[in-house]
Design a protein around this ligand. Structure first.
Ligand code: 13P
Ligand code: SF4
Length: 319
């Protein structure tokens, strides 16, 4: 505890000394989120993280999240130094979509517009026509569909199926999944809803279709937080990473937040849905990254140039 108190003082000082800003995802530990909030950084979903890092004037961006978020920051501002508490923090969607296999898949379907989820490596983004995050996937694909384009989508199959249902677009799907969200269980959720008939159900679209079907609101982490804030229900059943409860409870102080049931856990378990890679970010490795100037995120300049194009399209579309 003494060490934590010392870190809570040391990190803001280091951020200032190193002209650095901390950008954290909602799935990281509450302590990291608090640090980002208190030091003028930002806590947000992956779309806003990308935008904030790119627009901020600090010469160093520290990304507390997973690797693809650090890479996105680097791609958007290659002249800045991008640090992460650890480069080991990856994502099952990124792991499940190796760049070479993905390129071969694209080559087999040259007539399709390639749309990839932000949860991918820089190389995969470089091969794509468009990058999207969960907050904007439906809007972008609808736009492409209305322009008569057929889509090749990767890597998250559940998000892909959801977007397909919402837009009616012709989509060929890569079969990746998020190990956290794919664990949410539809039958158990149906049972839980019987106990809480007034509860509103908030679901991240990386969850299986039968879970999404029961949602009152489907959206990115930021969209779910907004829904929680505006909801008039006494309870919220939440199907996304438990890290989100930190912010959600602040935004919806009077509400009871209930974790949606996952495979093999009781409905009352608040932390069973938690991304093991997001959990690798802590105060100790955050302070060390600032002190050492490492680990630093590097992306091949040729990859940067190509990925800037697909990412830039998303940011322009969102603007
Ligand atoms: P958001 O874009 O909703 O923050 O999602 C990122 C992510 O990794 C979800 O698992
Ligand atoms: Fe990837 Fe899922 Fe972790 Fe998000 S929660 S970073 S999608 S493994």
């Amino acid at each position: 505890e003494e060490q934590r108190a010392e870190l809570r003082e040391r990190i803001p000082r280091l951020l200032q000394e190193k002209d650095a800003v901390l950008v954290a995802h909602y799935y990281t530990d509450g302590e990291i989120q608090r640090m980002a909030d208190q030091t003028g950084g930002c806590v947000s979903d992956s779309l806003e993280m990308a935008r904030f890092g790119a627009e901020h004037t600090a010469s160093t961006v520290v990304v507390a999240g997973v690797r693809f978020m650090g890479e996105t920051a680097k791609i958007l501002t290659p002249h800045k130094r991008v640090l992460m508490p650890t480069l080991e923090a990856t994502c099952s969607l990124d792991i499940g979509c190796p760049a070479e296999q993905f390129a071969a898949f694209c080559d087999q379907h040259p007539e399709r517009t390639v749309v990839v989820y932000a949860n991918t490596s820089a190389q995969v983004k470089a091969r794509a026509d468009w990058v999207v995050t969960s907050s904007i996937a439906v809007d972008v694909v609808r736009h492409l569909h209305e322009s008569g384009e057929k889509i090749l989508w990767a890597p998250d199959r559940y998000l892909g199926e959801y977007v397909q249902r919402e837009t009616g677009a012709d989509m060929l799907l890569w079969q990746g999944s998020c190990i956290v969200h794919e664990e949410f269980r539809a039958l158990e959720l149906t049972e839980l809803r019987k106990y809480y008939p007034q509860a509103e159900v908030l679901v991240h679209p990386e969850s299986p279709g039968a879970v999404i079907e029961q949602a009152d609101v489907v959206g990115s982490t930021t969209q779910l937080l907004k829904a929680a804030q505006n909801s008039s229900a006494p309870q919220l059943i939440v199907a996304t990473d438990a890290g989100i409860f930190h912010k959600m409870q602040q935004l919806a102080p009077g509400k009871e937040l209930i974790a949606a049931p996952t495979a093999g856990h009781s409905a009352s378990c608040r932390s069973c849905a938690h991304c093991p890679w997001m959990a690798m970010n802590g105060l100790v490795n955050l302070a060390s990254a600032l002190e050492q100037g490492a680990p630093e995120v590097h992306v091949d300049p040729q990859v940067v140039a190509k990925a800037q194009h697909s990412l830039g399209r998303m940011l322009d579309f969102a603007a």
